[in-house]
Design a protein around this ligand. Sequence first.
Ligand SMILES: Nc1ncnc2c1ncn2[C@@H]1O[C@H](COP(=O)(O)OP(=O)(O)OP(=O)(O)O)[C@@H](O)[C@H]1O
Ligand SMILES: [Mg+2]
Length: 224
Amino acid sequence: MVLRAEGLAKSFPFEDKRIHVLEDINLSLESGKSLSIRGDSGCGKTTLLNLLSRLESADRGTVKWQDFEMNASKQCASKEGVLRAHFLGVVYQAYYLIPELNVLENVLIAAKLSGAYGKEVSDRARELLSNMGMGNKERQIPGKLSGGERQRVAIARAMINSPKLILADEPTGNLDERTGGEVMELLLESCDEEKTALVLVTHNQKFAEATDETLFLKEGKLQN
Ligand SMILES: Nc1ncnc2c1ncn2[C@@H]1O[C@H](COP(=O)(O)OP(=O)(O)OP(=O)(O)O)[C@@H](O)[C@H]1O
Ligand SMILES: [Mg+2]
C-alpha cells in the first residue's frame, strides 16, 4: 500500500460557525495504481489533496505514506517534509513554475530541494523533459511557453525525485480538450512507466475513467 487515509475530517471556520467540508474520508491506494476523484466545485477535493500531502492538518484522522503513519490532525513535522520530497510529487492546475528559471532549472530545483545534485540528476531531468516532448525547450523560460507546455514541465518536475505517489489537482483544468488529452496521456504513461501511483482530481469523465479506480467526493465522503 502506498497511501492510506482513515477517518479524515476537516472543517473551516466560517462567520460564527464551521463548515464541515470532509466528514469521514477513507481510502487506500496500492503501489503503482491510479485513482481518480470527481465531485462538484467546492466539495473539498483540493482540501483532501492538501491533507494527503500534509500541507494542511485535519481535524482528525490518519494519513499513511507507505509504512509511515501520521496523525493528520498534527502539523507536519520536519521529518515528514524530508520524507515528502522523496515520496511525493504534486501537479497543480496553475503549474506554479518559477518564472525566473528556465525549463531545465525548474525541474532541477525540485531535485536540489531533496538534496540531489550532479550529472546523473541533470541527465534524468533531460530525459524526463524529452519524454514530455520538451527536450528542445530546456533553455526557455515559462513565460514563453503555452499552458500545455508548462504543464509538461510541471509533470517532469513532479517526477524528478522518482516519487512513489503523484497527487494531481485538475492538471488539465486550464487546457483545451485536445491539449488536456495529450497532457493527461503523458501523465498516465509516465506514472505507468515509473510505477508511480496517482491520485487524480478531475472534472473530466474521460480522464477519470482512464484510472484504475474512480471515486466521487460527495457530502464529505468518498463514494463509488
Ligand atoms: N482555508 C480555508 N478557509 C475557509 N474555507 C476554506 C478554506 N479552504 C477551503 N475552504 C472551503 O472549503 C470548501 C472546499 O474547498 P476546495 O477548494 O477543497 O473545493 P474543491 O472541491 O477543490 O473545488 P474546485 O472543484 O472548485 O476546485 C469550499 O467551500 C471552500 O470555500
Ligand atoms: Mg480544487
